[in-house]
Structure formats: C-alpha cells, structure tokens
Design a protein around this ligand. Sequence first.
Ligand SMILES: Cc1cc2nc3c(=O)[nH]c(=O)nc-3n(C[C@H](O)[C@H](O)[C@H](O)COP(=O)(O)OP(=O)(O)OC[C@H]3O[C@@H](n4cnc5c(N)ncnc54)[C@H](O)[C@@H]3O)c2cc1C
Length: 485
Amino acid sequence: MAKERIIIIGSGIAGCTAALRLMQEYDVTIITKGSKEESNSMLAQGGVAAAMTKNDSPKKHFSDTFRAGCYHNKPLAVRELTTSGPIVIQKLIAAGMSFDQENDELALGLEGAHQMPRILHAGGDQTGKFLTTFLQNQLTKINWHEHLMATEIIKDHDQAIGVCALDTKNQLHTFYGEHIILATGGLGQLFPVTTNARTISGDGLALAYIAGAKLADMEFIQFHPTLLYLNGHCYGLISEAVRGEGAKLIRKDGTAVMEGVHSSLDLAPRDVVSATLSQEIEHGESVFLEISAVKNFEKRFPAITASLDKHQVPFRETKRIPVHPGAHFLMGGVRTDLNGKTSISGLYAIGEVANTGVHGANRLASNSLLETLVFGEKVADYIESHPVKQRNQPVSVSKPKLLQSPHLPEKQKLQEKIGEALGITRTEEKLTEFLSWLESFDTANNSFEEAEISHMLIVAKIIATSAKKRTESLGAHRILKGVIK
Ligand SMILES: Cc1cc2nc3c(=O)[nH]c(=O)nc-3n(C[C@H](O)[C@H](O)[C@H](O)COP(=O)(O)OP(=O)(O)OC[C@H]3O[C@@H](n4cnc5c(N)ncnc54)[C@H](O)[C@@H]3O)c2cc1C
C-alpha cells in the first residue's frame, strides 16, 4: 500500500521534530521559504526550559508558566508542556543531543520569571543552532523543497488536501497529502524592529485564516527588551540569559532602570521590562546592559561576543551593551487542540504558529523551544494513531487572484505603520486609524513579494481587530485609555 503523504511547511525545530518521528513510515515533504537553516529556531540563544532536577518539578514549571502568562493560559496545555518537557529532553539526550554541562551535570541557566535555574543550553548561547542541526542531520528520508513559499492551503470541501507554493521565479508548484502541517513560526518581520529571521512574516497565520481555520489570542505579541542597538538600528538579540547571569539594565548615568519597578528587578516578566525600557527611551534616555557581574562572559556567550565584535561594540572596556526592545514572539496563533489539530480536517499547526494556549498572555522565557519539541511529538503521535484509509486526490486549484497592478504598500512602510499601531503600547485611536489605512489595499498572489506583503496585511488586520476587542491591558497587550496627545 502506498504510504500516506505528509506535507510540512517550515524547517524550524517544530517541523523537524515532527518530520524525524514520521519519516520512516510516511512519505514526508518539507517546504521551506528560505534555506533550511533560515528559521527563528536557528537563532534561539538562551535555551530550553524543563524541570530536570530533583528540587524542581513540572508543577513548579507549570506555576511559573501560568504566572508569566497572566493566568490566561489553558491549564491542560501547560500541564502537557511541563510534564512532557523532561521526557522529550531525556529522549533527545538519549539520542545524542549534547547540552552544556558543569561538573558532569546539566548546566542550567536562570531567566526572567523562573523561580529557579531550569534552562538547558548548548554551545553556550547557540542552543537553537545546535538543536536544529542535530535534528536536521538525522532527516535522511525527506523530500526537501527549499526557497519555496507556501501561498495557499488547497481544500476539497472542508478537508485540507494540499499546498500551493511559489518559487523565487514566481512559478507555482502544488503538493498533495493526507496531512498538512503548518510549522511556519511567528510574525516578527511584520515589525520594523525585530529579533526574527528574514522569512518569519506571519505566512502560516494568513494561510490558515484564508483557508477558514480559527485563530486565537492574536493581540498577544511579546517584545524582547534587549536587542543590540547602535545608531538607530537593531542587530539581533542579547539573550535574557545574560541578565540571568547577573547583568543589569542601567541608564547612561549608571542608575538601575528596574529599581522600584518590579520585585524581580531585571528578571521581571518580559512585558514589564520591555514597557519600562520603551518609556525610558521615549523620554530620551539611552539604556544599557551592564555586564561586569557576568562571570566568563565571552565563554558563556560566544555567539553574542562574536556579534558585539562584528559591530565593534567596546564592551570589554565599558562593560556596557546598548539595548532596545523589539518584536520577538507571538503567543497567539492558529487555534489547535493538544494534538496540533486545527479547526480544518487534515490541517495541523505546531510550534510558534500554533495557539495551544500554553503561553497565555505572555510567554515564559525558553518555553517556546520546549513547545516546538513537545507538540512536534504530539502531532506525530496523533497521525500515527489515526491512519487515513483513502488517499486525497488532486482537485483543480483555483488560480490565485490575478490583479494586474494590485495596490499594495511598500514593505518598509507597512512595517513602520504596524510598529506605530501594534507596538508595545496601543491606543484605540491608533488601532482604528490603522484599520482604516489597511482598508485601501488589495491582496494578491502573483509573486513571492506580493504574497508576502498580502499575508502581512491580512495578519496585521487580524492583530489590530483582536487588540481593539480587548479593551483592558493584559500581559503583552497594553492598551492606553483615552486619546494620547
Ligand atoms: C533571536 C531569537 C532568540 C530566541 N531564543 C529563544 C530561546 O532561547 N528559547 C526559546 O524557547 N525560544 C527562543 N526563541 C523563540 C523560538 O526560537 C521560536 O519560538 C521557535 O524556534 C519557533 O520554532 P518553529 O519551528 O515553530 O518556527 P521557526 O523556527 O521560526 O521556523 C519556521 C519555518 O517556517 C518557514 N516558513 C515561514 N513561512 C513559510 C512559507 N510561507 N512557506 C514555507 N516556509 C515558510 C521559515 O522559513 C522557517 O523555516 C527565540 C527567537 C528568536 C528570534
């Protein structure tokens, strides 16, 4: 009998985890927008959170996740994440993944809003790169399609049966399968300042929305407090683990920024730290990470050190790194159950593109890599235990809307507008203005670029609409009342 076909969109840790589990028994295709190394997974620095020691427990991890998420999380999803977490990590270690050690024990880092050190890391600050490479090196039985951008989920009645994708020469390709897995990550590139990889601009969210899938919690976007900031530009992330090792946020005059703001000071939840920094910067302050308390900075953070050297930051002399907040992570996404199933039969979502409810209104640091591993496994469990008897047959695909000259904004202009309306602090007035600005544009799929901008427009509209509906601030969604002059 012919094998069931699985199409995975995205080559980050979520997609690769599912692929590794499924490739022996199924015909697995991975379509990815850039090269297979282009993903947020490859950029993850701090590590993976899991309760791995005797004095820690899934229960403690559960309670930290819940508190950071402002109790907006779904309890069953958090329980799944925190109890399966140590199991998937043990499985990875048994398969040969090597996390950093100290005195023959796992070296565990501390990050914001965790009550104890529980962050496993690899290569110092290169956890994502080491983990993605470890998984991809084992993907020997995959039909890889790089530099192909998924532009449509093909449906037959209410069933997802395939994917349309454009190559860089704007040629259309179609793929059919019994199971379509979205693993396209988040949406950082919607914003002018972000930590996210070039290819992460909300495509999977738009594809699911157009196909009719339910999305949830889209107003909750996490802004990371500390991106390297030089001459008005940001250059990637300075991991929260740096504060976990003792760095402090200071103003130009050396005074501590987080003093009197939160009892956890520099390790307060990210929304609190980002909003505080953003206010300081709006009032004309410059903000720095002061690193003199960090032991063996260069050994512990080799990738950050390389980035600082590349940008000629004199941190060895000044002990200061200039920082600025930027868009980092989407808590919302395509609504799924705990098996990754969306509201459309045959369509699944895992990793950052999915909304299982684990993160609530604000993600706890280093819980997202764990999410990719746990739910990458869960979707594989589900598919393996639910064989599909009938193969999906190709159907005629309706041609994408071919507007001769669609009215689309410039990508940079769109990012600026999104940054103004949907950034760290929102107002109803700005959201309304932004929504009416969006109204004037078309969406179109004639080319890679048009499809990307169209997806950004669709996702921006969903975020603005969700943000307007939530009239009270909660977690990462901060809305100011009244008209701001
Ligand atoms: C700088 C940085 C540091 C981070 N550090 C940490 C950390 O220390 N710990 C932690 O837990 N989390 C961290 N995160 C968050 C974490 O990395 C991500 O949430 C996680 O890696 C998401 O994995 P994923 O597999 O869901 O998506 P991604 O790894 O983002 O992969 C998505 C994939 O989908 C592809 N894709 C997108 N659209 C399309 C399309 N239309 N067609 C085809 N392919 C498409 C992309 O090219 C990419 O390959 C960090 C994020 C960043 C940006």
